[in-house]
Design a protein around this ligand. Structure first.
Ligand code: SAM
Length: 273
């Protein structure tokens, strides 16, 4: 089959699993051929090499496997991160958290921070690239994120300033810190997620407990107990009210919530001291 015929075939296979089947068919074929999408249109009469291997890619996507896991890479902020099954695919809304943290780092001249729940390394890589004097200790409880984040810190030559530690929250981090950032698991255990997320993305990255905000609250308590000045976290759209009550109960200097681009409550910044 030539490129044109192959794209038509692949788009049909992807109709049920993808919102934009033609676009995704093009992305997958471009990946398979190691070319960009413009090549597909310029040379649409060329035969597709190794068509069976391409069909296997399409059938993975047709069963809802995320595109990023199939190609092993995710675009985020201004970077391309290695990703694989077992690591959360970084989401665009997390870029807002990064921008808020960047404002604080700049304003306060902060040089020592930690990230809880590093995943692919998305947050730490972007922040370390923005601030050349910043050092980061990044924690995670799972082995695959630790492996993948390490590869991303190396990819961007940040491994001298970003250290990764296997740790529950900050249990293994005793260094003095000025700020903690986290996009922790915050979804309730019984929440029904879309198939592509529920079947493929790691449970440890998604579910925060039977209510959902348990880990968020524990992070707040741990950061407060350590006398760290700032905490910035992503959270669920319905967690503003319970987190407000929690901040008032534990006592913090100030807190503010932020929204995502769709207008949903999406996270907070707390100042403790
Ligand atoms: C929602 S993902 C965020 C990944 C990445 N920071 C991002 O924004 O794309 C949450 C991460 O927290 C990790 N995690 C879950 N519980 C944790 C805990 N108690 N302490 C540290 N990390 C934890 C998960 O393994 C997962 O990698």
């Amino acid at each position: 089959m030539n490129i044109n015929e192959t794209l038509k075939w692949a788009s049909k296979q992807l109709v049920e699993s993808c919102e934009r089947p033609t676009f995704e068919a093009e992305l997958l074929l471009a990946y398979h051929l190691k070319k960009d999408r413009t090549y597909l249109h310029a040379f649409d009469n060329n035969e597709v090499i190794q068509p069976e291997a391409f069909k296997r890619l399409v059938s993975r996507r047709a069963t809802h496997e995320p595109y990023e896991y199939i190609v092993g890479e995710a675009s985020f902020y201004d970077i391309e991160l290695n990703v694989e099954a077992g690591v959360l695919i970084p989401r665009p809304e997390t870029e807002i958290l990064i921008d808020l943290v960047a404002e604080i780092i700049e304003k306060e001249n902060i040089t020592h921070i930690a990230e809880v729940g590093v995943g692919s390394g998305a947050i730490s890589v972007v922040l370390a690239r923005k601030f050349s004097k910043l050092t980061i200790i990044a924690t995670d409880i799972c082995d695959t994120p630790i492996k993948v984040a390490t590869s991303n810190f190396k990819k961007y030559a940040l491994d001298d300033r970003v250290e990764i530690r296997k740790s529950n929250i900050l249990d293994e981090v005793n260094e003095a810190l000025e700020l903690v950032v986290s996009n922790p698991p915050y979804i309730a255990d019984d929440f029904e997620l879309e198939k592509n997320v529920a079947d493929y993305e790691p449970k440890e990255a998604l579910f925060g407990g039977s209510v959902g905000d348990e880990l968020l609250k524990q992070i707040v308590l741990d950061v407060k107990e350590r006398n760290i000045k700032y905490l910035a976290c992503e959270m669920g759209y319905d967690q503003k009210e319970p987190m407000t009550q929690f901040f008032n109960k534990v006592g913090v200097k100030s807190y503010k919530f932020y929204k995502d681009l769709a207008g949903f409550d999406r996270g907070f910044v707390v100042e403790f001291t």
